[in-house]
Design a protein around this ligand. Structure first.
Ligand SMILES: Nc1ncnc2c1ncn2[C@@H]1O[C@H](COP(=O)(O)OP(=O)(O)OP(=O)(O)O)[C@@H](O)[C@H]1O
Ligand SMILES: [Mg+2]
Length: 453
């Protein structure tokens, strides 16, 4: 019972069985009832016919004639007069009369009717047809119809129903086989694929299963495999770049500390080398801080404390802080902000967000270009956008840039010195504020990062 196809087949089987049984029972009863009704009406019609002939031409010849007409296997006729004596019978053995012990007193009324209708257990159904010729000549015509043919028909029908039941079972079995082929096989393949994934093998090859739920599942597994593969590569590259990032300053630190230790060094040179050691140590500290920040954000252990503050002085501070770097690269930085604009956010975290975006704008823009930091109010929220006219982001990579460790074209990023943490931090911080971040970018034309909080 572990296979889904078996479960489905069992459900299907039970439902179809119940439906088929009800339908068959209904058909069975209906057909039998119709047939029995037919036999009853035929018998009544024949009996009425004989009675009419008898009333019209009451004579021994007519009686003999009637008896002669019913000398067959299926039907018998008996004519009884008002005293109860038999004046004509097609049943020579008189068995019927003995068996049923019928007498005129049993039949009352003037209408024809079926007096024995139990076709299941008795050999004959019987109809009564009273006749009155005159005062002295009256009685009943009794018609006997053998129930053999009805029972035979019922047996035949039962046989047909059993045969169709068996055919139904075979069809169900075929459906089960098809179900297991159509449903179970792809599921088993997908299960194998996910097992492969969990073992670290991301080369998944599933057949195209169309656009139904199975197809969707198969596509999702493909996507999962692709994502996992990319994440694994990203992680490796990240580790490599961290190692690289750490290695360079460490090499300098070791080299310069060796030099600084030399006794024949002038104070001025020693100071110069110690300054370099300090700078490199700071760079390493900054990197570590970023990594720690990211790790802490992953665990959601940081808190956001929002407050109201004026946007302009806040952004001007940031502007002053970054302006020298922009000047060095000959990039014009513009600040656009109304003086009465208010922001409701965690100032420290928002600063971190904007610094990261400006850092990217600076890093990924060419010399002599322009960057704009703009803040305005829209629908009760504050929008802060950083617009650059730099190298842009390929459209197929935009969806990934907020992932941790993701960098567009690794070689390019290495050249620019990024480690792919900045935007991941930005995204986490914006999310923590309950805000949104949108990106528009065209390769070669520039990018716009828009935060709404
Ligand atoms: N303004 C931009 N213009 C062009 N590409 C960008 C821009 N901002 C981000 N990117 C691309 O998105 C990638 C991810 O950016 P992110 O800030 O997360 O990492 P990084 O800048 O490479 O490194 P880090 O910020 O950690 O020093 C970058 O590697 C870069 O390729
Ligand atoms: Mg960055």
């Amino acid at each position: 019972m572990n296979k889904i196809s078996t479960k489905l087949a069992v459900c299907f089987f039970i439902v179809v069985l119940i439906m088929e049984s009800l339908l068959m029972y209904y058909l069975h009863q209906n057909m039998i009832n119709n047939r029995v009704e037919e036999e009853f009406s035929l018998l009544l019609a024949n009996g009425a016919n004989h009675r009419d002939v008898l009333i019209e031409n009451y004579s021994d010849t007519t009686i003999k004639h009637i008896v002669l007409m019913e000398k067959n296997e299926k039907r018998e006729v008996m004519i009884i007069d008002s005293t109860g004596s038999m004046i004509g019978s097609s049943d020579n053995s008189y068995m019927l009369q003995e068996e049923y012990q019928l007498s005129v007193d049993d039949f009352n009324g003037e209408k024809d009717y079926i007096v024995v209708s139990d076709w299941r257990s008795l050999p004959y159904i019987i109809s009564v047809h009273p006749y009155v010729v005159d005062q002295n000549r009256s009685g009943v015509v009794l018609m006997f119809q053998s129930t053999k043919s009805i029972n035979q028909m019922v047996d035949d029908m039962n046989l047909h129903f059993v045969i169709s039941g068996i055919i139904g079972l075979i069809v169900l079995f075929i459906i089960y086989a098809l179900l297991s082929k159509i449903l179970t096989r792809p599921l088993i393949r997908m299960k194998e694929a996910t097992e492969k994934l969990s073992k670290g093998d991301f080369e998944v090859n599933l057949p195209n299963l169309g656009s139904d739920e199975l197809g969707d599942l198969s596509n999702s597994i493909h996507k999962l495999a692709k994502d996992l593969k990319r994440l694994k590569n990203e992680r490796n590259e990240f580790l490599a770049s961290i190692a690289h990032e750490l290695n360079t300053p460490l090499t300098y630190l070791i080299g310069y500390s060796k030099v600084a230790k030399r006794e024949d060094l002038s104070d001025k040179d020693r100071k110069y080398y110690l300054e370099i050691i300090g700078e490199e140590s700071n760079r390493m500290k900054e990197l570590m801080k970023n990594l720690l920040d990211l790790a802490r954000m992953d665990e959601n252990t940081f808190t956001i404390s929002k407050e109201h503050f004026l946007a302009k002085p806040f952004l001007e501070n940031i502007y002053k802080f970054v302006a020298p770097s922009f000047e060095i690269k000959k990039i014009k930085l513009n600040l656009v902000c109304k003086s009465n604009l208010h922001i409701y956010a965690d100032a420290l975290r928002l600063e971190q967000i904007i610094l990261n975006l400006l850092d990217n704008a600076l890093k990924y823009s060419n010399e002599n270009s322009e960057v704009c930091l703009k803040a305005y109010e829209k629908d009760g929220s504050t929008v802060i956008s950083v617009i650059d006219t730099g190298i842009g982001i390929p459209s197929n990579e935009i969806e990934f840039i907020f992932e941790k460790l993701y960098r567009v074209e690794k070689s390019r990023s290495r050249a620019y010195g990024g480690s792919g943490i900045g935007l991941a931090v930005v995204k986490e911080l914006v999310d923590a504020h309950g805000g949104t971040i949108e990106v528009e970018s065209k390769i070669g034309q520039g990018s716009t990062f828009k935060i709404t909080i």
